[in-house]
Ligand binder design. Sequence first.
Ligand SMILES: C[S@@+](CC[C@H](N)C(=O)[O-])C[C@H]1O[C@@H](n2cnc3c(N)ncnc32)[C@H](O)[C@@H]1O
Length: 302
Amino acid sequence: MYPRQLTDDEKAGFWQKPLDWKKGHPNYLNNVYQLLNGIQAMDLDPQATILEVGSGTGWTTEILAGLRYRVVCLEPAEVMLDAAKERVSRFLQAHAMPQLATNVSYHCTTLEEAELPDHFADAVLFFESFHHVVDENRSLQQVARFLKPGGVLCILGDANWIPGLKEQEEFWLEEMKRFGTLESPFTHEYLMQLLATYGFADIRRHHSVNGLVPVEREHEPVSKFAGHLDARYVNLVTARLRGEGDGQEAMPDQVAADETKPMSNGGGRRASGWARLRSVLREPGILARLVRKASRLIAARR
Ligand SMILES: C[S@@+](CC[C@H](N)C(=O)[O-])C[C@H]1O[C@@H](n2cnc3c(N)ncnc32)[C@H](O)[C@@H]1O
């Protein structure tokens, strides 16, 4: 997301996300419950280390930090990372735990280019960010490198791409046109295949359910309570990196899955706008350079 494209209201979201004042607060509840459900599903030890990829302005980070996890944030947009530092620090101050600020570190980089140590993380979390990576093979290779054997991957806030569904494609094309970022969501099948390729086991797709269930409805299927976060429409996924003794070790160098990603209409690759944008964005370092340039432009306009 390029902040210079945002309206003033949207910029206020740097500090307010995920609050929403609509009736029933649908965005707020969907986001918060998704994150809390993800934290519960990861089932981490207290003070575990979480690598948060695409941490943005830090509404997720402040919750993770407040729960006393160690958080390593990766975010290529400097302006968002700066907002996150301020936001997390204010949050920890307001909740009388400023000492936890040292548990959070910030790295201005893309996942593909991140230079972090091998096997330091107990978990890797993406919230609305996995569909932005330019190179999903390199990204998962990196995730497999950063995770400890047996560590958990949790992907939240990603749509399931349904090839041929015009509404989805039109929405994402519009987003790309407006923000100049890559919207490259995955089909369930492709994502499952990628995760298996990079050494993940116990790969699970989830529905995310918000709130209270009236006892009269206890026999209804879970998907009825999930609404937009029904697993048919979203990729809410947890997986565990295979470890020693699991039979099959991680295969971080394998890249074959890239060739099989459907690009549109369920077919193979075609020279669509998506493919062209992807090929431009594959240039090493391009994304981080674009994001830094945008950050500098905004700073200059202030
Ligand atoms: C939709 S925002 C979500 C931000 C945050 N997780 C949240 O929920 O507010 C997606 C974030 O992913 C970041 N991003 C985009 N491409 C990335 C990449 N290749 N590696 C890491 N982060 C990336 C963007 O800069 C942006 O902050």
